[in-house]
Design a protein around this ligand. Structure first.
Ligand SMILES: Cc1cc2nc3c(=O)[nH]c(=O)nc-3n(C[C@H](O)[C@H](O)[C@H](O)COP(=O)(O)OP(=O)(O)OC[C@H]3O[C@@H](n4cnc5c(N)ncnc54)[C@H](O)[C@@H]3O)c2cc1C
Ligand SMILES: NC(=O)c1ccc[n+]([C@@H]2O[C@H](COP(=O)([O-])OP(=O)(O)OC[C@H]3O[C@@H](n4cnc5c(N)ncnc54)[C@H](O)[C@@H]3O)[C@@H](O)[C@H]2O)c1
Length: 489
């Protein structure tokens, strides 16, 4: 097909953050772009993810703060009993969703992107089949196609959802009611954030985690401190090493718990509601990937670091994939970064992504954040590349700002190479951890050494001094290691 005969330069399938950034960037670059969306503009993050969940966390966080008489009395403040209106908290989240969805749609329209409403699928190379909402089928062609179809909640076998008493985050963000007792299955990002919301609003929570400790995907030392505050310190009964093997919706909801290893039934519960927060699966089934010979990895579309879709490890010309459907760090900012990067590569500016420098945060009160390697991965890398791993800890209880806020529960762990000082990763639990991690992410992106970072001046009194202290401790360790290695040689 000649260049001129394509309907579009780029067609993007899926208008979540990945698709949005790709389409906007391509249109800004002067390309003729269409975006296909079968559901709501903005995808998961805007409609059922980051945006409504953070609105709920903002409101419920304030309830928690105002209800915490002990904390307030530390400042000499005695507040009246706090009251809240569930519906108004839900309305705040819904209104924010509507505003951001509308802004995002207008931004695409202003950039000149054609918005096509319907289901998109591949019909061979550079060809898209569009089933419009009206039922009409169209065939469109594009020089390049970007798949950005995202992900959906994973519901394990044996768990039945009804959207009312047993539900996933898709429904939880609507905060339609407040169960007296809710079981949350999974202690990952969603489990933790919703446990924060529900406990702040007075619900009793049972947290069920299949792996042998709660928060299994977080740094073990950070988890120890965070779990003490976010789980043990609240109205949460946490059970690890047990699988929710059967869940039957109703009034009450019945849950069967099996021991993870033996799969033997160990307990049963009757609760008012269940939130299933057990991970997400790629949304790639309806894409007709077979028409171009792509084999998925459990539904995830294989890509290289330039976002090219791979067949047998080799890139397919003109087909790209970004966001959750690729299964790399399933976060909104990853999807957006991948979207922009795909377009840069389409335009011939060869770029690859650096996943190591992408930060992640859980917006509990206080927050948890991380960037770079886990300690286990950093140890493996040290063994493989033959360097000594450095690790330092910086505590919020030594930080003036945290003490002034009466929020000194917190820890930062910094991992670095003891041969050249390069920062490999950081893990933080504490007040504003989500903001604090950004400075370390920038250092990881630039592969900077703690020797240089330790000389950079931080504002006093701010929480950023927690990071400064970590850099300074690490620089001291580095200097000692360099002297030791010089005297040994
Ligand atoms: C409760 C919750 C809270 C979260 N909080 C955060 C957070 O605080 N920070 C963060 O970084 N991340 C967060 N995430 C993750 C974030 O939402 C996702 O990583 C992000 O939305 C992925 O973007 P995406 O563009 O890849 O896909 P999606 O946002 O899932 O968008 C994909 C779009 O494609 C459409 N689509 C699918 N198939 C087709 C088709 N065949 N034709 C046409 N359209 C199609 C879908 O309707 C959807 O609109 C959260 C997720 C959840 C569930
Ligand atoms: N703040 C954020 O950035 C944010 C917030 C929410 C979600 N997200 C994204 O959404 C994704 C999904 O979040 P999530 O919390 O659902 O997944 P997750 O992978 O973070 O955690 C799922 C947990 O459920 C457990 N589990 C699975 N099956 C189980 C069963 N049958 N019984 C008991 N436990 C079981 C797993 O061991 C795991 O600990 C995240 O990976 C993240 O990418 C991000």
């Amino acid at each position: 097909m000649s260049e001129a005969s394509f309907d579009f330069d780029v067609i993007v399938i899926g208008a979540g953050y990945g698709g949005f950034d790709a389409a906007k960037h391509a249109a800004d670059d002067g390309l003729k772009v269409a975006i296909v969306e079968s559901g709501e503009m903005g995808g998961t993050c805007v409609n059922r993810g980051c945006v409504p969940s953070k609105a709920l966390l903002a409101a419920s966080g304030r309830v928690r703060e105002l209800a915490d008489a002990e904390h307030l009395s530390g400042f000499g403040i005695h507040a009246a009993p706090v009251r809240f209106e569930r519906q108004k908290i839900a309305d705040h989240a819904n209104q924010l969703v509507a505003t951001i969805r509308s802004n995002l749609t207008k931004t695409l329209q202003r950039a000149g992107v054609t918005i096509l409403r319907g289901h998109g699928r591949l019909e061979g190379s550079q060809r898209i089949g569009l089933r419009e909402k009206s039922g009409v089928d169209r065939l469109l062609t594009a020089r390049d196609v970007i798949l950005a179809t995202g992900s959906d909640p994973f519901v394990p076998p044996g768990i039945e959802t009804d959207g009312r008493t047993v539900f996933t985050s898709d429904e939880a963000v609507n905060l339609e009611w407040l169960p007296r007792w809710i079981a949350i299955i999974g202690s990952g990002y969603i489990g933790l954030e919703f446990a924060d919301v529900y406990t702040a609003l007075g619900c009793e929570v049972t947290m069920i985690e299949a792996l042998d400790r709660v928060m299994p995907t977080f740094d073990p030392d950070i988890t120890k401190m965070a779990a003490r505050h976010l789980i043990e310190g609240r109205d949460i009964d946490a059970r690890a090493g047990v699988l929710a093997s059967k869940v039957i919706p109703g009034c009450p909801v019945r849950i069967e718990l099996a021991e993870m290893k033996s799969r033997e039934l160990v307990d049963s519960l009757e609760v008012d509601a269940v939130l299933v927060a057990t991970g997400r699966v790629p949304s790639s089934k309806g894409l007709n990937l077979e028409s171009v010979g792509v084999e998925t990895n459990r539904g995830f579309v294989p890509i290289d670091d330039s976002m090219r879709v791979l067949v047998n490890g080799k890139p397919l010309p003109h087909l790209w994939a970004v966001g959750d459907v690729t299964g790399k760090l399933m976060l909104a900012h990853t999807a957006a970064a991948q979207g922009t990067l795909a377009v840069d590569n389409i335009q011939g500016h060869s770029r690859t992504i650096d996943y190591r420098s992408i930060p992640a945060a859980t917006f509990t009160h206080p927050e948890i954040s991380s960037v770079g390697l886990s300690e286990a991965d950093a140890k493996d890398l040290a063994a493989k590349d033959g360097f000594e791993l450095g690790s330092v800890r910086s505590y919020f209880k030594a930080n003036s700002k945290a003490l002034a806020e009466l929020e000194s529960d917190g820890l930062m762990k910094l991992l670095f190479r003891k041969d050249n000082g390069e920062v490999l990763g950081a893990h933080i639990y504490g007040l504003h951890a989500a903001d604090l991690i950004q400075e370390v992410a920038n250092a990881v992106a630039r592969r900077q050494s703690v020797a240089q970072l330790a000389t950079e001046v931080h504002t006093h009194p701010t929480l950023s001094e927690v990071v400064e202290v970590a850099y300074k401790q690490a620089a001291k360790q580095l200097a000692k290691a360099v002297v030791a290695s010089a005297s040994a040689s």
